[in-house]
Design a protein around this ligand. Structure first.
Ligand code: NAD
Length: 283
């Protein structure tokens, strides 16, 4: 199938970035969210991200305006009956994703691939919610989407070779590098990254060092571009906690126990950049 129109569900941190890269790569994008304000914020965020790219001379003024024209926003999921490819990027919650995939399966054309940007949830379980499990796959973009090169492709147990090849080819059309992994809690990226972030939060919680010192040590000592606590703020502390819960449940290993400080911060709605406060403050 020739993919012209892409549906993106969820207009938060990841959804707006995903919509932007599809639009700048020439696809029409239908961005869907249950929350009208999220759609408004996403539009502003895409505009300012494109403006930054224009300033850095990475895109022209024409490319900026044509990308913006390619994105339409709506709260009506039914519009996705017209999509040729769909990627879901809603909250990291299995029940919410299961419901959406079930709806998408009845709405979308039968040959449409249904991808999820989940950070950790089993693609095999998500695929089982549909009557097209061979066309369900993980397409895990990294944050910030416009900048990061990797797309981690996750094969559910049921994903066909053809679906995997199609998604690898779509990723290359976006200028990204796809790397394939099998379905397992946290896949490769978050199985390794999130426990490291959790350990940094434990170090802070136990008073081993300040947040600034922990981040400085990991930046200067390990050559990480961002310290683990600043990265947690960028990812969203709620997402970090959800991934740890999936890892803990899926692996049955206490080493994935979320730090009590992380839980407390999520309870306080200190979620990082998206709420203006996390391990650091953002204004
Ligand atoms: P977010 O909280 O910023 O945004 C989630 C959006 O989903 C919100 O706008 C919300 O209104 C919308 N939403 C909730 N329920 C919905 C529904 N039923 N239908 C349509 N929209 C709905 O979350 P995010 O950080 O963008 O994460 C989205 C997904 O991407 C999650 O699965 C997350 O694990 C994954 N992910 C996140 C990161 C990251 O760094 N934040 C990186 C890679 C993958």
């Amino acid at each position: 199938m020739n993919i012209k129109t892409v549906g993106v569900i969820g207009a938060g941190t990841m959804g707006n970035g995903i919509a932007q890269v599809f639009a700048t790569s020439g696809f029409n994008v239908m961005l869907v969210d249950v929350d009208y304000e999220s759609l408004e914020r996403a539009t502003l965020s895409i505009e300012s991200s494109l403006q930054r790219l224009l300033k850095k001379e990475k895109i022209s003024a024409d490319e900026k305006s044509s990308a913006l024209l390619k994105i339409s926003t709506t709260t009506d999921l039914n519009i996705l009956s017209e999509a040729d490819f769909v990627i879901e990027a809603v909250v990291e919650n299995f029940e919410v994703k299961a419901r959406i995939f079930n709806q998408l399966d009845s709405l979308c054309k039968s040959d449409v691939v249904l991808a999820s940007n989940t950070s950790s949830i089993s693609l095999t379980r998500i695929a089982a919610q549909t009557n097209r499990p061979d066309k369900v796959i993980g397409m895990h973009f990294m944050n910030p989407v416009a900048v990061m090169q990797l797309v981690e492709i996750i094969r559910a147990m049921q994903t066909s070779d053809q679906t995997c090849q199609r998604v690898e080819s779509v990723s290359r059309r976006l200028g990204k590098t796809p790397v394939v992994a099998n379905d397992s809690p946290g896949f490769v990226s978050n199985r390794i990254l999130i426990p490291m972030i959790n350990e940094a939060i434990f170090a802070l919680h136990e008073g081993v060092a300040t947040a600034q010192a922990i981040d400085e040590i990991m930046k200067l000592g390990m050559n990480h571009p961002l310290g683990p606590l600043a990265l947690a703020d960028l990812i969203g502390l709620d997402i970090c906690l959800s991934v740890l819960e999936v890892l803990q449940e899926g692996m049955g290993d206490p080493k994935f126990r979320p730090c009590p400080l992380l839980k407390k911060m999520v309870d306080a709605n200190y979620l990082g950049r998206k709420t203006g406060e996390g391990f650091y403050q953002y204004h």
